[in-house]
Design a protein around this ligand. Structure first.
Ligand SMILES: C[S@@+](CC[C@H](N)C(=O)[O-])C[C@H]1O[C@@H](n2cnc3c(N)ncnc32)[C@H](O)[C@@H]1O
Length: 296
């Protein structure tokens, strides 16, 4: 037993928080304004516990813009609603944590159940349509591409398209480049790293690039899930993992309903490990491990 049992653990402040310790005053009303703006536009909730994080990230914007106070930053956002600084604000407050083959059981469900079912259902037209909604820096859609193409070799004549979207324009730039530090793939099985990535040489030896055959089926686009969606076709499955956790329940409910409309009958939604559709919709049934199948 650890000697500290029963004692409240000391909260460890992140480097981001420490370096940002109050260079600029940040009033309750300035935080409230930013919180409301972000929630109205992107549905992302910023509870009081995130205040220090928001401060730390926005202080960089103040410095870059050579502003002297949060009051000036708020004034700029008021003048510029929907303008370029607004995009930077959203980019600054999103949480983008992701990794290749994150929640690896989902890729087993894909391989063993979902893809074989799609192969049967779509045998005549030979199309497979996927949406990675909230794709962050791209590790999720690339992991999907690797899993799908492993089951459907390029020579098989299947037309595979993966739409990968995020509200954050900065992460999308990384995603479409498809270049990562080697540390991002260090824990993957050797077979995947060999098949999926090209190692850089010389000055780029600490970087890897996703092989072009796994980039080819993916289209990266900026899309706010709260706005109308331009896609006309339906998807065979949707990954929306670790995104709705930041939304309130009514917003999740509306989103799940829209996902059902955007899926083929019997299509699937993959949520993140701490997310659920429980009590929010009757249009899906739970298969297990946060994988849901559309039933109506
Ligand atoms: C934690 S990441 C999840 C990445 C990946 N799906 C995974 O599970 O590894 C959440 C992503 O959702 C995006 N996001 C948050 N609110 C959004 C919204 N309203 N519309 C679209 N994307 C949003 C964020 O920008 C962020 O990149």
């Amino acid at each position: 037993m650890g000697g500290s049992e029963g004692a409240a653990p000391a909260r460890v402040r992140s480097a981001e928080e420490r370096s940002a310790s109050r260079e600029f005053p940040f009033s309750d009303s300035e935080f409230a304004f930013i919180r409301e703006l972000v929630e109205q536009h992107a549905a992302i909730k910023l509870p009081d516990t995130k205040r220090q994080m928001v401060y730390g990230r926005l202080v960089r914007r103040l410095r870059d813009l050579r502003l002297g106070s949060f009051a000036e930053y708020v004034a700029l956002l008021r003048e510029d609603a929907g303008g370029p600084e607004f995009v930077n604000l959203i980019n600054a407050v999103t949480t983008n944590l992701t990794s290749f083959f994150r929640e690896k059981h989902h890729f087993e469900v894909l391989r063993e159940r979902v893809i074989p079912e799609v192969i049967q259902r779509n045998a005549a037209k030979r199309t497979l349509r996927v949406w990675s909604a909230g794709c962050s820096t791209g590790e999720e859609p690339y992991s999907i591409a690797m899993t799908v193409l492993e089951s459907l070799p390029a020579s098989s004549g299947w037309d595979v398209r993966i739409l990968a979207t995020d509200i954050d324009t900065k992460v999308l730039a990384t995603a479409s480049a498809g270049v990562y530090g080697v540390d991002r793939i260090r824990s993957l099985p050797e077979e995947i790293t060999r098949r999926g990535f090209l190692r850089g040489r010389g000055a780029a030896s600490e970087r890897v690039r996703v092989r072009p055959e796994y980039q080819a089926p993916i289209t990266f686009r900026q899309l706010n899930l709260m706005e109308p969606w331009p896609m006309r076709g339906r998807f065979d499955f949707i990954f929306c993992r670790n995104v709705v956790i930041y939304f309130d329940k009514p917003t999740q409910q509306r989103l799940f309903d829209r996902f059902a409309d955007q899926l083929v009958d019997g299509g699937y939604v993959f949520l993140g490990h701490s997310e659920t559709m429980h009590n929010l919709t009757t249009r899906f049934r739970l298969l297990g491990q946060t994988v849901y199948q559309k039933v109506q």
